[in-house]
Design a protein around this ligand. Structure first.
Ligand code: NIG
Ligand code: FE
Length: 412
């Protein structure tokens, strides 16, 4: 298949699997009038300037006319909690009336509210609701999704979530990576006994999850009022025995030490980072850990935005993700995340797009496969309506600029 009359963006040299610091702006190439050839195996075989294509080569092949619209790699959303039952719109009203995220959690709302609803929901119904969210994300241009557990908080319900995640992985055309987040909050049966919950998680949950091969990664909400650095260290030490790499919730509510403990355990990413200082940036600079930031949560909760610009200036690999969940970010729209990256974090449109694509893929260990337009990567891309520039997309951030979505060479 050939895509013709295309403005190709996020074109990277073959083999590039992450962009660090200023590279996020300088390395991606744009081809204003280009073409792309896609093999029957759904991989990008070649791309280039229109002038370089001998049109006779296209004879006998399917062609797609992009009509001057952009062709962008699909988004790689490396941090979501899309498996949940119902919603938390009641807490939305509490928030409007002035309660903070932590106050709502202390009153038994928040994560435990979602855990109660999930407990009462059948597995099939949970799949139906969660799959609909995943499909909506793909329709909005996302081609790779990380999905966390963490609303079960006991072995049976965590397993229910992880099985639903596996069903989504089987049913969705997009890539799905699955993360075990048993340490998202203390389950109700263990109220007031946090250290016993952690003991149980290490002794029972983690080995069972590993034995069934239900998760790729492990996560801990390492933050003020949730799990301590010591508890996180114990959980990650145990998970390493099963070969589960960490992706940590860190520094959302306080300078929690989560970045340091994540890097110590060779985390694939540390995520949130709204309260990050120079120490955290230094620790990340000398590591391979991706700094993942979630501007949708800052937007929804009225929190400070993570210092993405400083992190980029310091040479970090920065990713942006949606954090799609019912409490702090009820949206999986990466177009909005891209726009928030520009509007609120002052990233250039190219930096923010790199954070939403190739670096998001790196945060899921998928960047050899997807996240950029390069020969040898999968042909997962969106075509936009004709727009004046790349900047126009996050600038006119509610306009319906998306024309079509292709995953592995197939139109969705
Ligand atoms: O990433 N911060 C912790 N976990 C989620 C929110 C979960 C919830 O409120 O349901 C987050 O923001
Ligand atoms: Fe999260």
């Amino acid at each position: 298949m050939y895509v013709l009359n295309a403005r190709l963006a996020m074109v990277l040299p073959a083999g590039s699997d992450r962009l660090r610091g200023r590279e996020m702006d300088t390395v991606p190439r744009e081809i204003t009038d280009g073409w792309m050839r896609i093999g029957d195996d759904g991989m990008i075989e070649a791309l280039g300037e229109t002038g370089s294509l001998d049109m006779s080569e296209t004879e006998g092949h399917e062609t797609v006319d992009a009509r001057g619209g952009y062709v962008l790699p699909t988004f790689c959303d490396s941090h979501t909690h899309i498996i949940y039952a119902g919603s938390r719109d009641g807490e939305f009203l509490d928030k409007i009336r002035g309660l903070s995220y932590e106050e709502i959690a202390r009153r038994g709302g928040g994560i435990l509210n979602s855990a109660d609803r999930l407990h009462d929901c059948t597995e099939d119904e949970l799949f139906r609701q969660s799959m609909a969210r995943a499909q909506m994300m793909v329709a909005k241009g996302t081609g790779a999704i990380e999905i966390k557990s963490g609303y079960g908080l006991n072995t049976a319900d965590e397993f229910k979530m992880l099985r639903v995640a596996a069903r989504i992985r089987e049913s969705l055309p997009a890539h799905v990576k699955i993360t075990f987040l048993g340490a998202h909050a203390v389950g109700r049966e263990y109220t007031g006994r946090q250290s016993e919950y952690v003991d149980m998680l290490i002794a029972d949950m983690l080995p069972a999850v590993a034995a069934e091969g239900l998760a790729d990664y492990v996560d801990v909400f390492c933050d003020q009022g949730f799990f301590t650095v010591e508890e996180t260290d114990r959980i990650l030490t145990a998970a390493a025995r099963y070969g589960m790499r960490p992706k940590i919730h860190a520094n959302e509510l306080a300078c929690s030490g989560g970045v340091q403990v994540g890097v110590k355990h060779n985390a694939l990413s540390v995520d949130h980072l709204e309260r990050m200082g120079a120490d955290e940036i230094d620790v990340l600079r000398s590591s391979a850990t991706v700094a993942t930031m979630l501007p949708g949560a800052s937007f929804f909760l009225g929190m400070p935005y993570a210092p993405a610009k400083d992190a980029i200036k310091s040479g970090l690999t920065v990713a942006l993700a949606s954090d799609y969940n019912p409490g702090s970010s009820p949206s999986g729209d990466m177009r909005m995340v891209w726009a928030l990256g520009c509007i609120k974090m002052r990233l250039t449109p190219t930096e923010a797009l790199a954070a939403c694509t190739v670096n998001g893929a790196a945060a899921m260990a998928l960047s050899q496969t997807t996240g950029a337009l390069s020969p040898g990567k999968e042909a997962s891309f969106v075509i936009t309506k004709p727009v004046p520039s790349l900047a126009f997309i996050p600038y006119e951030y509610t306009s319906p600029w998306l024309e079509s979505v292709y995953i592995k060479g197939r139109k969705i």
